[in-house]
Design a protein around this ligand. Structure first.
Ligand code: HEC
Ligand code: HEC
Ligand code: HEC
Ligand code: HEC
Ligand code: HEC
Ligand code: HEC
Ligand code: HEC
Length: 333
């Protein structure tokens, strides 16, 4: 009764909910299903999709949050560190660019490690459950700050799998979200759930949360963002800043690639091993020229002053540690 009233009150939200239900319906009900953990998925799929499972295990996603005791989890040098190694209970990031640490009380420790520079920089002490963990785990529940699996598991992108697990190929009807059949913007929002900078509508959390809203704007009953949902109902983007972390979707929204219908998986493999950095589908220059060869023959003809080993991203993705996904032509940036 209350739920009906709430839905009719907030028209924007109602449309969001209806669209997400429609997207969800054909592929099992993503709202009512529950999270079961990647181990379950892998048990069956290591037979059917051996390549996906093997490669996924090597991705940064699978190890986005590790126990300090896990083999090779900590990459920092603690010799002259502002924090003590034995304070570390949990590790954020496999150490591609940076690594941050959480203590046993789920507070972030006050320094993070820069991998390339081999040095420590200050990090504000935060309640990691409120500020960090949601995007480094699977099945995070804002209502009680719990989660089902550490790391970005299969269900972070494919949605909760309980229905699918009990009927994997129910009369040929797909019982789990297939991302390639989502509308392109919704597919990007699956990645954008974590690769975005901003806050939820309550402004308390730096990750998306779907709230019920009453007539006077009070928020209640927080729900996690799931594949097929509309990120615009659950998140307000901040303006990305150079070198900012986890904001690739916010950046992409600024340039022409998003409007032209490109998605994250136009350029990145979600879980297959390509042998390229950042799970890029191909070597970068080749990847860009696939679409831009009509106007650009090669880098040297395009920009005669470019160095011999220049890449497209050197000029079209500003930044060093992280490169911004704005893809502006130099004139417009
Ligand atoms: C009991 C075995 C089993 C389990 C457990 C299982 N799957 Fe599946 N899955 C299947 C089978 C069988 C298919 C159909 C394969 C086919 O038709 O190629 C499938 C298909 C899929 C597809 C592709 C759907 C399509 O239409 O192309 C995805 C994505 C998927 N599973 C993901 C998952 C995820 C994520 C989990 C864990 C939550 C999981 N599966 C758990 C057996 C399983
Ligand atoms: C649940 C949150 C979450 C979702 C959903 C998610 N990611 Fe990530 N992603 C992360 C985190 C956290 C890391 C960093 C892991 C680490 O470094 O240990 C990461 C790392 C990556 C990397 C590796 C970057 C590098 O430097 O090599 C790529 C590429 C990536 N994500 C792409 C995607 C794409 C594409 C999607 C959607 C299909 C997606 N992610 C969905 C949280 C997420
Ligand atoms: C909105 C989702 C989100 C939140 C909240 C979040 N992260 Fe992440 N984090 C990501 C994604 C996505 C990546 C990978 C992309 C990147 O590095 O830009 C990542 C990467 C990292 C990395 C690895 C960096 C690297 O590039 O090697 C560290 C360390 C990290 N996060 C720490 C934290 C800490 C500390 C907090 C809380 C203060 C936090 N994260 C909150 C999504 C998030
Ligand atoms: C970072 C997000 C992400 C994670 C994590 C993830 N997937 Fe996927 N998966 C995708 C996307 C996106 C596609 C669609 C591929 C495309 O559009 O090219 C996909 C496709 C698939 C498919 C369809 C087969 C095909 O034709 O590509 C299967 C099966 C699958 N994933 C299983 C899994 C399993 C099992 C896991 C965990 C071991 C997993 N995925 C983890 C994003 C993810
Ligand atoms: C047009 C191609 C393209 C698209 C679309 C694209 N990326 Fe990238 N991405 C790249 C390239 C190229 C790099 C490598 C830059 C470098 O060499 O450091 C990269 C790097 C990354 C990294 C590593 C950290 C960083 O920011 O440099 C992450 C994480 C990432 N992309 C995630 C995403 C996500 C999530 C999406 C969708 C919102 C996306 N990318 C869309 C081309 C693309
Ligand atoms: C799947 C096709 C595709 C791929 C791959 C691709 N692009 Fe694009 N790119 C486009 C389209 C479409 C546009 C928009 C053209 C327009 O609207 O004028 C565009 C526009 C651009 C622009 C011009 C933006 C402006 O402001 O005028 C730049 C720069 C650019 N891309 C760079 C890159 C780089 C660098 C890569 C590789 C990392 C890349 N593109 C990969 C399709 C692609
Ligand atoms: C040394 C820097 C540099 C490199 C490397 C570079 N570009 Fe550019 N690019 C520029 C500048 C500067 C402009 C603006 C020139 C103009 O608008 O006339 C531009 C313009 C563009 C545009 C928009 C205008 C057009 O010609 O269509 C696209 C698309 C583009 N570049 C793609 C690429 C791709 C793809 C690569 C890699 C193969 C690449 N660029 C490598 C500097 C560079």
């Amino acid at each position: 009764m209350k739920a009906f009233w709430v839905r009719t009150a907030g028209l924007g939200l109602t449309i969001g909910v209806l669209v997400s239900l429609m997207v969800g319906q054909s592929q099992g009900d993503v709202r009512t299903a529950t999270y079961k953990g990647s181990k379950m998925c892998i048990a069956c799929h290591k037979g059917i999709h051996k390549d996906i499972v093997n490669a996924y295990n090597m991705t940064a996603h699978s190890k986005a949050l590790l126990e300090a005791s896990a083999e090779g989890a900590i990459v920092a040098d603690f010799a002259n560190a502002p924090i003590k190694k034995d304070q570390v209970a949990w590790v954020l990031g496999i150490g591609k660019r940076e690594q941050a640490y959480i203590d046993k009380d789920w507070k972030t420790l006050p320094a993070k490690w820069s991998v390339a520079e081999k040095k420590w920089t200050d990090l504000p002490v935060e309640n990691a459950k409120e500020k960090c963990v949601a995007c480094h785990t699977t099945g995070f529940n804002t209502a009680d700050m719990s989660w089902v699996e550490t790391g970005v598991g299969c269900e972070s992108c494919h949605g909760p799998g309980s229905e699918h697990i009990s009927a994997p190929a129910a009369s040929k009807k797909t019982t789990i979200v297939t991302l390639s059949s989502l509308p392109k913007d919704r597919q990007m929002m699956v990645c954008g759930k974590c690769h975005s900078k901003g806050t939820d509508p309550s402004k308390k959390f730096p990750f998306p949360v779907l709230w019920d809203k009453d007539a006077s704007g009070n928020l209640s009953n927080p729900k996690d963002f799931r594949p097929g949902d509309d990120l615009n109902q659950a998140f307000i983007h901040d303006k990305p800043t150079q070198e900012g972390q986890n904001q690739q979707f916010s950046e992409l929204l600024m340039g022409k690639h998003f409007a032209a219908g490109n998605t994250c998986t136009t350029c990145h493999e979600p879980h297959k091993d390509t042998g390229q950095a950042h799970q890029l589908k191909k070597a970068e220059v080749e990847l860009c020229l696939d679409c831009h060869k009509d106007t650009i023959k090669d880098i040297k003809t395009h920009q005669p002053t470019a160095s011999d080993n220049a890449k497209c991203s050197d000029c079209h993705m500003p930044g060093t540690v992280r490169k911004m996904h704005t893809f502006m032509s130099k004139k417009s940036s």
